[in-house]
Design a protein around this ligand. Structure first.
Ligand code: PEP
Length: 253
């Protein structure tokens, strides 16, 4: 089986000022220094990116953003362009997070444009998908995910998707303390990989990293990461404290 480098990514959401984020990043850099068998990424708020970039320079933490616009510049008040993120030191960008879809009107179509723009700017997209609780209860999990994948990656070519990371985040597990069981996560990840093998290419699907997100914490990370198709975690709440996040990065013990 293809060996995939695990990615543990922290989404700091709308938490931390520039100074607070810089302090957290500085401590995290110490805690994860020397880790080479797991990739580490943090996505602070936009206003903290430059300060965090300075703190993590020369270390093994990658910088990410939580969102961006698809245009390269223009009269889009309040938005941030892909080139602004790369200039701030970002290598990753989280796109289509369920909070963006739920509260800010993001659609599969806008996510598609953003993924395209991220790739063009040299940013690695972390493409978030996930079903709601009612959709899971109605037995629609796979069909909901298939639609998000189909629309989100519509008309992409294989060569555009080399840097893609997918994050499966069941909406009912985000910030709720409810985690998908390792079996539920594995079932979905295997389905997503299979779907992408059919839709794009089987070699691509084997190399693709699929992260799990939804109340990942030190007590459950190891069993989730032991699943063959779980290649990492996208972590909200438990990424805010550097000691806790470092425990996730060191999940192998
Ligand atoms: C997230 O925001 O992507 C997330 C998974 O949050 P939490 O870990 O807090 O559930």
């Amino acid at each position: 089986m293809q060996k995939r480098l695990p990615l543990i990514a922290g989404n700091w959401k709308m938490y931390k000022t520039g100074d607070e984020a810089a302090q957290t990043a500085k401590r995290l850099k110490e805690l994860v220094s020397g880790v080479s068998d797991v990739e580490v990424m943090i996505a602070p708020p936009f206003t903290a990116l430059c300060q965090v970039a300075v703190e993590i320079a020369g270390g093994n933490i990658a910088l990410g953003a939580q969102n961006m616009h698809w245009e390269s510049e223009g009269a889009y008040t309040g938005e941030i362009a892909p080139g602004m993120l790369t200039a701030a030191g970002c290598r990753y960008v989280i796109l289509g997070h369920s909070e963006r879809r739920q509260y800010f009107g993001e659609t599969d179509q806008s996510v598609n444009r953003k993924i395209r723009a991220a790739v063009a700017a040299g940013l690695k997209p972390v493409f978030c998908i996930g079903e709601s609780e009612s959709q899971r209860e109605a037995g629609q999990t796979f069909s909901v995910l298939d639609k998000q994948i189909q629309n989100g990656l519509e008309s992409f070519l294989l060569q555009d998707l080399e840097s893609l990371v997918v994050a499966y985040e069941p909406v009912w597990a985000i910030g709720t303390g409810k985690t998908a069981t390792k079996e539920q996560a594995q079932e979905v990840h295997a389905h997503v990989r299979q779907r992408l093998a059919e839709m794009i290419d089987s070699g691509f699907a084997q190399k693709l990293r699929i992260l799990y997100g939804g109340s990942v914490k030190p007590s459950n990370v190891k069993e989730l990461m032991a699943m063959p198709d779980v290649d990492g975690a996208l972590v909200g709440g438990a990424s805010l404290d550097p000691e806790t996040f470092s425990q996730l990065v060191h999940y192998q013990g």
